[in-house]
Design a protein around this ligand. Structure first.
Ligand code: T4K
Length: 411
């Protein structure tokens, strides 16, 4: 295209990067930029670790972080692990789950992989379209004689209906555990998430509210389960030269724990920043037809870590079209957890018809768009992102036509 054609497009189209205007951001705005707490305190801890030459294998920083997390959640035991996925794998094994386990398909693929990795079949149940968490009626309909457990996922930090799931689990003699990867610092019915079911697993991945670079934690009130998990996490060692259990290496290192302690000290400010961002999005997206922000129930404590927009079928552009517009503006919005775990391999091949039983999962996977937030996103950034969304939806016809042009004939 020659410069005069480009100029013409800029003049005739809405002010968007897809019409050759400069993008809203020179540098990308991401979902999941890591929170870095007080850098000086982290570096002081790092120096201390180096001075003491104790780098891993349950050093003092790991012990301290475990103590603080158990205290914060109000549970008897916290076992730090190298990441949330290994935490799930360890807990699944420690609970002796086998055969089939019921999970949502609207989750990060790690929830299902942690089962499949151990040759346990994940059976996908549908979700409540308002909360994006497991629908108990669908869970109950998936129970077979081979079912050994249920894994609820507190998606976006919003709590599962823990009581109803516990009641179903008790009635069918099933184990109940939770993937609480998103839910650190959140509560439900006056209790911190982490204290429900047999045990719960947090993720402290770089993109989470509290990060330990990579990491996670298993929390439980069951002392025997905790003891078993500690053995399994450390190759089954019960003392020097004494292995009494099959185990793996699921340990967290000292430097990771130091990062966790540092971030934990800033947790209240991090949540407040997320809450302010969430409210700003809520105000500025209000009244845009077809776009809804997922609501955090004020009766519970939330970490507001995810800003989740639903682009309804009545919106003037589809979720995917809107995402293309945003990406051109350097706003890297994400369509978590598209296309749904049931449409990822190997599950897609194992259960080619799963989508027929998961109509709400399908709908939510088609509509959800997660927007940038966190300490690296400012109020002005949010205003600009919301303005892009408004302009794009107000100019749906030319935007759609332009996106088709940009995709070219092969698309
Ligand atoms: N269960 C659930 C429900 C989960 O959501 C997760 C993880 C797990 C279990 C497993 O826990 P871990 O084993 O991870 O502890 C990201 C995270 O990697 C993943 O931890 C998280 N869920 C998932 C929801 O999001 P991706 O594939 O989207 O990551 P990526 O690399 O695209 O990063 C997301 C954005 O963050 C990017 O736009 C860039 C930004 N980013 C990322 C990293 C790593 C940074 O700015 N800096 C960074 O260092 O999965």
């Amino acid at each position: 295209m020659n410069p005069s054609e480009q100029e013409q497009r800029k003049k005739s189209g809405p002010p968007l990067a897809i019409f050759d205007c400069p993008p809203a951001f020179a540098e990308a705005r991401h979902v999941g930029r890591p929170n870095i707490g007080n850098r000086d305190r982290f570096l002081a801890r790092l120096n201390d670790i180096l001075d003491k030459r104790w780098l891993t294998n349950r050093g003092e920083y790991v012990i301290e972080l475990e103590r603080r997390i158990a205290e914060l959640i109000g549970v008897r035991n916290c076992i730090l692990v190298c990441n949330g996925t290994v935490g799930l794998e360890l807990l699944i094994r420690a609970l002796d789950l086998r055969g089939e386990v019921i999970v949502p398909a609207f989750t990060f693929v790690a929830t299902a992989h942690a089962l499949q990795w151990q040759e346990i079949t994940p059976v996908f149940a549908d979700i409540n379209p308002d909360t994006h968490c497991l629908d108990p009626a669908s869970v109950e309909s998936m129970i077979t004689p081979r079912t050994s457990g249920i894994i609820g996922v507190h998606v976006w930090g919003r709590p599962c209906v823990t009581g109803e799931l516990a009641e179903i689990a008790a009635r069918h003699n099933l184990k109940l555990m939770f993937d609480a990867a998103h839910a650190f610092g959140c509560s439900h019915e006056g209790r911190m998430i982490g204290s429900f079911g047999e045990a719960e697993v947090f993720s402290f991945h770089a993109t989470k509210l509290i990060n330990t670079f990579e990491g996670g934690a298993i929390v439980t009130n069951d002392d025997r389960l905790a003891e078993k998990l500690r053995l399994m996490q450390n190759f089954g060692f019960a003392g020097y030269d004494r292995v009494i259990y099959v185990g793996t290496n699921g340990k967290m290192s000292e430097v990771c724990a130091a990062m966790g302690l540092t971030n934990l000290e800033s947790m209240d400010e991090l949540i407040e920043c997320n809450r302010v961002n969430y409210r700003a999005y809520q105000r500025q997206l209000a009244g845009i037809p077809g776009v809804q922000l997922s609501v955090y129930d004020e009766r519970h404590r939330s970490n507001y870590h995810y800003v989740v927009a639903t682009v309804g079928d009545d919106a003037s552009l589809s979720r995917d079209e809107l995402m293309e517009v945003l990406h051109a503006e350097n706003v890297i919005a994400r369509r978590y957890f598209f296309p749904g775990v049931h449409r990822m391999e190997p599950y897609k091949s194992y259960f080619p018809h799963a989508h027929l039983l998961l109509p709400r999962t399908e709908q939510v996977c088609r509509q959800v768009l997660v927007l940038p937030t966190g300490t690296s996103v400012s109020g002005e950034d949010i205003a600009r992102i919301c303005e892009v969304i408004r302009v794009a939806l107000d100019n749906a016809s030319p935007v759609r036509k332009r996106l088709e042009e940009l995709r070219g004939p092969a698309a």
